[in-house]
Design a protein around this ligand. Sequence first.
Ligand code: DSN
Length: 484
Amino acid sequence: MTAVQSATSREATAFSAALDVVGEVEPTVASAIRQELADQRSSLKLIASENYASPAVLLAMGNWMSDKYAEGISGRRMYAGCQNVDIIEQAAASRAKAVFGADHAYVQPHSGIDANLVAFWAVLAQRIETPVLADFGTSNIDDLNEAQWAELRSKLGNQRMIGMSLDAGGHLTHGFRRNISGKMFDQRTYGTDPTTQRIDYDEVRRLAREFRPLLIVAGYSAYPRLVDFAAFRSIADEVGATLMVDMAHFAGLVAGKVLQGDYDPVQHAQIVTTTTHKSLRGPRGGMVLCDNELAEHVDRGCPMVLGGPLPHVMAAKAVALAEASTPAFASYAQQIVANAKALSEGLLQKGTSLVTGGTDNHLVLMDVASSYGLTGRQAESALLDAGVVTNRNSVPRDPNGAWYTSGIRMGTPALSTLGMGQAEMTEIAGIIHEVLSATKAGTTTSGGTSKVNYDLDAKVRERAQERVKELLDKHPLYPSIQLG
Ligand code: DSN
């Protein structure tokens, strides 16, 4: 039984009272928060990046720790009176180091993008700024004259990185033009093999040898297979690059020791970033883990790229990491993967085409264009009508582009938190297949085939909604929290 399922009436009382207090000041907000719980209870959450945090995690965030400014790091702050923030930040960092076996942990980043920015600038500080300053005979940036400052800025802004391409499952923050990382770095991408749809490590090595990046970024938001981080480190070492892994999606699988050996990023990368709210099941936020050599640079994340830390969220990170260090969490992490495999098997048996032909982790990527003649956008909407929440996603070399897409990404962290197992995943695969089989692409106003409009057979939709409700009735979210 997970913490979410075992929510007690004390927790019900706490949330109910908190909403009454909020509602007396701003009823609209209290009402929206209540409605959000009702909405989350009424659909199957298969969004691979979402989860349900425990009541203890949620409650740790809703208090006066939010009122404190604490720029700096524990024991070295820009404000007085940070003794309790220090306790909280140290607790979260110690938990993170123990859970992941990291030399150093920095728990201030407010999100995954922030964690990645901290990591980029820590690597730039270590690899570029520190040696340039040494060449100028100082360690203090304020000692530089205008010409030296211009030279340093030019060098910082002229570095190279490689990351996974977006359509192969990479992430915007790994060097793409729409994100600041693409404007900071000269970036090249590695994709996946056209036949296997898996990372081709020989190709990554060839690209790294040719491009000579300062930084190699591994990690993904839509790649359903294991990543060999030992192979990435060997490539990085060969070309003199620093290896950074963004484990935002699979941090829970690392914490739960499902990903070990070559597949454990913390053992192989010099720096690892993550969000804390996905498979790790904590509060919305980010975190950086690194080798000792990078620690002093990572700790300068605020004010380098971050505003003041969020002490209430760091408190919730400590609580979540305490949960992640338990045997129950390890079982949960194993169940996430078992469930993804069962979902994938269920879909394959129906003849659905999956990117890479299956999964080794928490996510499954369906090719709905080749399987059902739909865009990702149409499939996402039809599934939502049936009560199944997913998100559309590109598939490698996607003919429908990044907006309409040809894929649907699904993940099992949230439903595993509800206590669902392989039998439920098989049932859900059946629901998904029936809904998508009964969905037809609609037409545009000019009579062409639409990438947005669709028709879903009403009887199939209603039957799917009933089956979804049956599953949710058996596996309720926060069962003892009745808000009235
Ligand atoms: N939004 C996250 C995801 O869904 O994967 C990544 O930023």
